[in-house]
Each structure stands twice: as C-alpha cells, then as structure tokens.
Design a protein. Structure first.
Length: 204
C-alpha cells in the first residue's frame, strides 16, 4: 500500500470505538499524526492530549513549546512534514482518567497501523522516543524497563538502526525530573540539537 492509502485508512479507523480492547473510546475518533515518505526525523510520542484533539495538529500545547526548544527548531520547521514525522503510539486522544490526567495510548492503534506507516517512511534516520510506550516499541531490550533508565542510558539507543534517542516527555509535569537531572540539558540536549540540525539541513 502507498502511504496515502494507509493514511486514508487511518483517517477512517474506528476500531477503538467500534471494536475496542476494553472500554471504547469515549468520543469520536480524531487521528492526529504528521508523516511523509521523505521525513528523516521521526518523533514517536504517546497520544494527543485534549488541546491537540481540539486543534487536530500535533503538539499544539505547552509540551510542544518545550519540545521545539529541546530540538532547536521553529514552528515552520517542526510542522514541515517533508522533513519531520510525528507518529504517536496512539493517534486519538484517549480520554481522561479519574484524576484528570490523560489515559495511556489506546492498545488497538499501534498494532493496527504502526508497521504499515513505518514501512512507507524509508528515509527516517533518527527516532526520538517520548515516553515508555514509544520506547518499548522502538528500543526493545535497550529500553531497560523504565523511562528513567532509558533516558540515562541514551547513548545505547544511538547504537540501534535507525538510531533512537530516549527523551523524557516534554510535559511540564516532568519539570521536577529535569531539575533533578541537570545532565540532561548539559549532555543530551547538545547532541540532540546537533543531530537534528544536521538531519534537517540535508533534508531541506
């Protein structure tokens, strides 16, 4: 199948509502992703939040502001699908838990669509994994069992093919972790920005 064909099928997908594993999605599905066959950078996130569900565009929230700062890119570059793919583990906002936090990505989504979409993105040279669900999928044993372990062992992910950089989720709820781990800004972010700048310059 072509990428366009897969994307049309994703847009029409209703398995989390009509054939769910567990409780159905509590609202009409609205898949949010950004992909192309030419993208060299892949951002593998969790699932859209409520603001992204409303906008229909990835990372239109404070997490996106922080993520773009980490990457050292502006909005125009970030939303250039020809260079940057954004493929969350779940394409639709999963709803809120009892405490008002986002539920995990729907379990139906990645097994149904991820392999087919990735197969149509042959130029990806770097994957950025945000959160445990993305790390388990893309890092296998290099995940290490926790987000904290994966991020602290980030150099190990760069040995994978394609290379993977494990990042904490850019949610402002992780500000405490960032304060406790100043090495992240001092050691990892310069490598991230250098690799992203090099990739996107070649993709321009």
């Amino acid at each position: 199948m072509s990428l366009e064909t897969v994307l049309r099928q994703v847009e029409a997908c209703r398995i989390c509502r009509d054939g769910p594993k567990g409780k159905p999605l509590p609202h009409e599905p609205r898949p949010v992703l950004q992909v192309s066959s030419t993208a060299r950078l892949l951002i593998a996130g969790q699932a859209p939040g409520v603001r992204v569900h409303a906008s229909g565009r990835p990372f239109t929230d404070p997490s996106g502001v922080r993520l773009r700062d980490w990457l050292g890119v502006d909005e125009a570059t970030f939303y250039d699908a020809a260079r940057v793919a954004i493929l969350p583990m779940g394409f639709c906002f999963p709803g809120l838990d009892a405490k008002g936090g986002d539920l995990p990505p729907r379990p139906e989504c990645a097994p149904a669509w991820r392999a087919a979409l990735l197969a149509e993105m042959p130029r990806v040279e770097l994957i950025l994994c945000l959160g445990a669900h993305a790390m388990r999928w893309h890092m296998a044993e290099a995940f290490g069992g926790s987000v904290d372990a994966a991020v602290k062992n980030w150099r190990q992910g760069l040995e994978l093919a394609p290379p993977v950089l494990a990042l904490p989720h850019p949610s402002w709820r992780n500000s405490g972790w960032l304060k406790l781990n100043p090495w992240f800004a001092a050691e990892l972010l310069p490598v991230l920005r250098e690799r992203v700048a090099r990739l996107l310059a070649r993709a321009a």
